[in-house]
Design a protein around this ligand. Structure first.
Ligand SMILES: [Fe+2]
Ligand SMILES: [Fe+2]
Length: 163
């Protein structure tokens, strides 16, 4: 069994992952409306990944005999500015999620739940990757600046990301 405190914390993280999914889906739609099909594709794949994160937590909770308590998910914004601003927001959001994962891991430590600590290590590693990939794209966007040719080239590159 899983402790009530850890169950609550995992349910909160499921909500956070589902919000992340919706945030990226909203960004994906926004980029499509800006004719940035590659950016839109990259964010749509990101949406799918976040949904998988939510399901991974949900399945784990059930595997441990816990109860799933889905919560209301706040509506994400609909306007995100220029591509560089979109990716500033992606990186800031991933940094926020990293802090949530770290706090969740802390709860597993406090509850002396060794199995949950091992399970959550996957998310700790995943956040390192998430921040790195968002940071790489942001760095490229900062180099590109206002050069539309660079945006066009990067958009083509991001179109290649597959789920
Ligand atoms: Fe996630
Ligand atoms: Fe993420």
């Amino acid at each position: 069994m899983i402790s009530a405190k850890l169950q609550k914390a995992i349910n909160n993280q499921i909500q956070a992952e589902m919000y992340s999914a919706n945030l990226y889906l909203s960004m994906s739609g926004y980029c499509m409306s800006q004719n940035l099909k590659g950016f839109s594709n990259w964010l749509r794949v990101q949406y799918q990944e976040e949904t998988e994160h939510a399901l991974k937590l949900l399945d784990y909770l059930l595997e441990r005999g816990g109860e799933v308590e889905l919560q209301a998910i706040e509506a994400p914004p609909t306007e995100f500015g220029k591509p560089v601003e979109v990716f500033e927001k992606v990186l800031a959001h991933e940094e926020h999620v990293t802090s949530l994962i770290n706090k969740l891991y802390e709860v597993a430590v406090e509850e002396k739940d060794v199995a949950a600590q091992i399970f959550l290590q996957w998310f700790v590693t995943e956040q390192v990757e998430e921040e790195a990939s968002a940071g790489d794209i942001l760095a490229q966007l900062r180099m590109i600046g206002d050069k539309t040719g660079g945006i066009f080239f990067l958009d083509k590159e991001l179109a290649a990301r597959k789920a």
